[in-house]
Design a protein around this ligand. Structure first.
Ligand SMILES: *[C@@H]1O[C@H](CO)[C@@H](O)[C@H](O)[C@H]1NC(C)=O
Ligand SMILES: *[C@@H]1O[C@H](CO)[C@@H](O)[C@H](O)[C@H]1NC(C)=O
Ligand SMILES: *[C@@H]1O[C@H](CO)[C@@H](O)[C@H](O)[C@H]1NC(C)=O
Ligand SMILES: *[C@@H]1O[C@H](CO)[C@@H](O)[C@H](O)[C@H]1NC(C)=O
Length: 360
């Protein structure tokens, strides 16, 4: 039979993208597709929970002026539901106001609503009250845990839905969980449950993805059918090896480094971490030139106010310090650094796929 379903589908896609805002994955051409055209993002992480609301606009404009076309943002559950069933989305916790500022600034958003976010944030964003159930198994298909997750997602995701790009907002993609492959549980039922919930509240059309560390074990436990698999790695990694690993899990589609480390965090007692500006900008340029989509983690680190600093636990308990400066391109105080200028120079030279050259 000569009539295949595909041209029909293609015609529908073209029609759909001409009529409505549209964002999807082009598996044939190994890229994202925005309003029918190939699209490449260059993004930076910024956490509204680490910056007073008064400075949000200032930081976003500086990111835009560096040449970024997107930001990547975590939503910390415990910041919004500090007591069970009591929600706060006002003042410094006004997520929609932040999304609106980003939209007005001309920045797309890659949203990471967890429910676990890590982020060196208190308990990785999970509320402490979850531990009132002594046998709860966090980040698994444990019924007590899922019940709390369901209640939270039923509040958060309907707020997010109108902000999806396909619904007239600026959120192009949404991450499910966070580096789940690094967690011991490796519980696919949990990830399947999250996929169902995200689809239920956000619809079938939004691009959902996962992010994992660049090892086979992490990619195996953190990825799931229907969630686009992306990797994260820093300037010391071999780019082609790292993307080869993503290709093993996603043979087609855009290359994505969801966390390209511009610096690093500080634990109590450590020397302040620094990552060389020239190295960061050079490796960034190499990834962008090969057409990869890159999010710089962090672009603006900010501050762990109050007791919101998290801790890492490997051989001992490592508490993160109050500053989350991260040696990022924008300093903790929001000032442009040498690193920002080096990155801006690289972005100016790279012609991103599907976009006019940035003039700054
Ligand atoms: C495929 O992507 C390239 C850029 O990488 C673009 O120039 C080309 O037009 C795209 N082709 C289609 C059919 O979208
Ligand atoms: C909600 O959070 C904001 C910002 O931190 C704070 O100013 C306000 O007091 C909180 N509201 C309630 C009811 O706790
Ligand atoms: C986002 O900004 C665009 C362009 O300024 C505007 O058309 C759109 O209505 C805004 N979306 C929302 C949800 O505010
Ligand atoms: C990355 O690794 C490949 C082998 O997998 C090697 O051919 C290439 O030279 C390496 N690149 C760098 C910059 O070291």
């Amino acid at each position: 039979l000569l009539i295949s379903k595909e041209p029909h589908f293609k015609r529908f896609e073209i029609l759909r993208s001409a009529l409505y805002p549209y964002f999807s994955i082009d598996y044939k051409n190994n890229s994202f597709l925005k309003d029918g055209k190939p699209f490449q993002y260059i993004s930076g992480s910024i956490h509204y929970s680490r910056i007073p609301r008064y400075y949000w606009k200032d930081r976003l404009v500086k990111m835009y002026m560096t040449g970024l076309n997107a930001i990547q943002v975590y939503v910390p559950w415990n910041f919004h539901e500090a007591a069970q069933g009591v929600y706060n989305f006002t003042g410094d916790r006004d997520l929609e106001y932040f999304l609106n500022l980003a939209n007005q600034t001309g920045l797309l958003v890659i949203l990471r609503p967890g429910p676990y976010i890590c982020a060196e944030w208190e308990m990785g964003g999970l509320p402490a009250w979850l531990l009132q159930k002594p046998n709860i198994i966090l980040r698994s298909a444990d019924t007590d845990y899922l019940e709390a997750v369901n209640s939270w997602l039923a509040v958060l995701l309907p707020k997010i839905k109108p902000w999806l790009y396909i619904n007239g907002g600026n959120i192009i993609t949404v991450q499910v969980e966070n580096e789940y492959g690094s967690y011991y549980a490796c519980d696919y039922n949990y990830m399947r449950h999250l996929r169902t919930m995200f689809r239920f509240f956000l619809g079938e059309d939004v691009v959902l993805f996962t992010t994992d560390g660049n090892t086979d074990k992490e990619m195996t436990c953190g990825t799931l059918d229907g969630l686009y698999a992306t990797v994260d790695f820093g300037a010391d990694n071999n780019i082609s090896d790292a993307f080869k690993r993503q290709r093993r899990f996603e043979p087609r589609g855009p290359l994505v480094n969801s966390e390209f480390y511009t610096g690093w965090l500080d634990h109590w007692g450590d020397q302040h971490a620094v990552v060389d500006a020239q190295k960061v900008s050079r490796v960034l340029g190499e990834m962008l030139t090969m057409g990869a989509n890159v999010n710089m983690y962090m672009f603006e680190g900010g501050t762990n106010f109050g007791y919101w600093n998290g801790a890492d636990h490997d051989t001992r308990f490592h508490s993160v310090v109050t500053s989350y400066d991260y040696d990022a391109p924008l300093s903790e105080a929001g000032d442009p650094t040498e690193k920002l200028l080096a990155i801006r120079d690289v972005i100016k030279q790279v012609q991103l796929i599907g976009q006019p050259k940035v003039v700054s």
